[in-house]
Design a protein. Structure first.
Length: 258
């Protein structure tokens, strides 16, 4: 077992450092965090990540049943379901920590922020890579679903309740069902500190499209007015009765009707 190997001190020190980083990053991303005791005792997202660090090591030490039992306990305690096989980078923060699901083959980079209700799910029952891979500095809004063995590049933002099923290039914002890119590729969206919590400040492509349609309709109506000819009154002529619907009986009789 890994914990009983000669390299135990380095493993323990690495785990301790990961724990320290996971706790410290909370203060940079959550203004509600008031102190270390509060974070350690009242943040289920932090509890889930700290326990996952242990279950992940147990999983790779081939203590898989122990890892799954500890992961099940973590899920009962925090309402966050992280498979022990998932690979998670440094300074991972789950804000609110409710209803989050992270699958076995998911891979998460460094400095990733995730809100409640997020799912990193698979789309196949085959024993293969079937869960998403997230780059560094990724932010995923509440309720978003990232499905399949897709890749999200560095500095990607995913809007709340989006469903992403295709790869997303670095430095892009994706929203909607299915997810679509709404921010131009190559524009860096994170601030210089690498943390960007303004995930609500995203464009509204549907609203913009409706606004464009209204503008085009106004233009068409204005153009139509220039081609409308004012109604003219007919003079007295032989066709006046036909134009105005008069003498209908006479016309029918002339045509052989009754």
């Amino acid at each position: 077992m890994m914990f009983l190997s000669p390299s135990r001190p380095s493993v323990a020190s690495g785990l301790w450092q990961d724990w320290r980083d996971d706790v410290a990053c909370v203060f940079a991303r959550d203004p509600a965090a008031r102190g270390l005791p509060e974070v350690l005792l009242a943040y289920p997202g932090v509890h889930a990540v700290l326990l996952h660090r242990v279950t992940h090591r147990l999983w790779h030490a081939d203590w898989k049943l122990t890892a799954r039992l500890l992961a099940a306990f973590a899920r009962w305690l925090t309402n966050v379901d992280i498979h022990p096989g998932a690979t998670i980078g440094k300074r991972f923060f789950i804000d609110h920590g409710a209803g989050v699901v992270i699958g076995e083959t998911a891979e998460i980079g460094n400095d990733v922020t995730m809100y409640h209700g997020v799912t990193l799910g698979g789309t196949t029952w085959n024993k293969e890579k079937r869960h998403p891979t997230l780059g560094n500095n990724v932010l995923i809004g509440a309720g978003a679903k990232i499905l399949g063995a897709i890749n999200l590049g560095d500095n990607v933002r995913v809007g709340a309740n989006s469903v992403v099923i295709k790869d997303v290039p670095p430095c892009c914002t994706v929203i909607g069902i299915p997810g679509r890119i709404i921010q131009q590729k190559g524009i860096k969206i994170q601030d210089p500190r690498g943390i960007d919590l303004d995930h609500h400040l995203v464009p509204d492509p549907v609203g913009k499209a409706l606004s464009c349609l209204v503008d085009r309709l106004d233009e068409l109506e204005n153009n139509q007015k220039r081609f409308v000819v004012a109604e003219e009154t007919c003079g007295s002529c032989e066709a006046e009765g036909v134009c105005h619907g008069e003498d209908v009986v006479v016309l029918k009789q002339a045509a052989g009707g009754k």
